[in-house]
Write a protein that binds this ligand. Structure first.
Ligand code: NAD
Length: 268
């Protein structure tokens, strides 16, 4: 990807997280152009990252091999339609907008485009994201490599082979950060109920979530085994895990992710 030119349409949180990550990884800032109507924001990103900027979306895509669509879903149609007359060499489009199908984007872009739809999540903003990617039939292996490298700038990447599976990705990782915030919140409240000061309970809960995630990501053992490793027979952890299981914790996750996935499917 080193010699490609990348245009970002939208220069907000998600776009700047991605190009910031690329530049940190050694990608040349002068191969990146960011476009949006907010001149103050463009000044700020030009100063901070050294990328080129423009308030003209059409100018941004003129030299681009890759166009990242990083505007809110509700304005995507009005952003895409004016671009279609400018498209000559068919750049690769990567959309990070929630809920917009590749066929819808292709239609807005005049048809026949190579389009990858990406479902990122908010930890991408701190370089610890998890993204699900799906490409339409025009997407080549080279395109897939490019998109993988691009989104790896903000975290891990998983490809799905059916677009509908992006609803499942939404249910696991797209909305997932909120589930873990909820667990941290519940654990800190439980810690307070056991007598700890709030700040102490919060720091312990946050660090424990981070530590467990780090262990799970580095270990060759699966999470179920890691859980068993800390459950000595008749020990303290076993008591807690039995209590969670008796309350139906896995069924709760199954129901919650089904509700999330169904809603994602309704919205796209
Ligand atoms: P943001 O509000 O931070 O940025 C939106 C950008 O779009 C701004 O730079 C704005 O000036 C620009 N914009 C507005 N009108 C425009 C136009 N006509 N032409 C070009 N640019 C225009 O939003 P964000 O959080 O970066 O979200 C961008 C996309 O990423 C959304 O579609 C969202 O669904 C998706 N996303 C974001 C997150 C996240 O954690 N922030 C997570 C998953 C998906």
């Amino acid at each position: 990807m080193a010699h490609q030119h990348i245009a970002f349409i939208g220069a907000g949180n998600m776009a700047s997280a991605i190009f910031g990550g690329l530049i940190d990884g050694g990608f040349p800032a002068d191969h990146i152009i960011a476009a949006c109507p907010d001149a103050d924001l463009l000044d700020a990103v030009a100063k901070r990252y050294g990328v080129k900027t423009t308030i003209d979306n059409a100018e941004a895509i003129r030299q681009a091999d890759v166009v990242v669509l990083a505007v809110k879903p509700q304005i995507m149609k009005s952003v895409c339609e004016p671009l279609k007359s400018q498209l000559k060499d068919g750049p690769l489009f990567i959309s990070v907008a929630a809920g917009l199908k590749v066929d819808t984007l292709d239609h807005w872009l005049g048809g026949g485009q190579s389009i990858i739809r990406c479902m990122p999540n908010t930890p991408s903003l701190v370089g610890a994201g998890a993204s699900g990617l799906y490409g339409n039939a025009r997407v080549t292996d080279t395109h897939r490599t490019t998109a993988t490298e691009l989104m790896q700038a903000v975290g891990i990447v998983e490809w799905v082979e059916e677009e509908s599976l992006l609803d499942a990705v939404t249910a696991v990782s797209g909305s997932g950060p909120a589930y873990f915030f909820l667990m941290i919140e519940a654990l800190e409240e439980a810690g307070v109920n056991r007598g700890l000061p709030l700040e102490t309970a919060r720091r312990l809960a946050i660090q424990t979530a981070y530590g467990a995630s780090k262990m799970a990501s580095q270990s060759e053992q699966d999470p179920a085994q890691l859980k068993r490793n800390v459950m000595s027979p008749k020990g303290t952890t076993e008591q807690a895990i039995f209590s969670f299981e008796n309350a139906g914790i896995k069924a709760i996750f199954d129901d919650a992710t089904r509700a999330c996935s169904d809603r994602a499917s309704e919205m796209s």
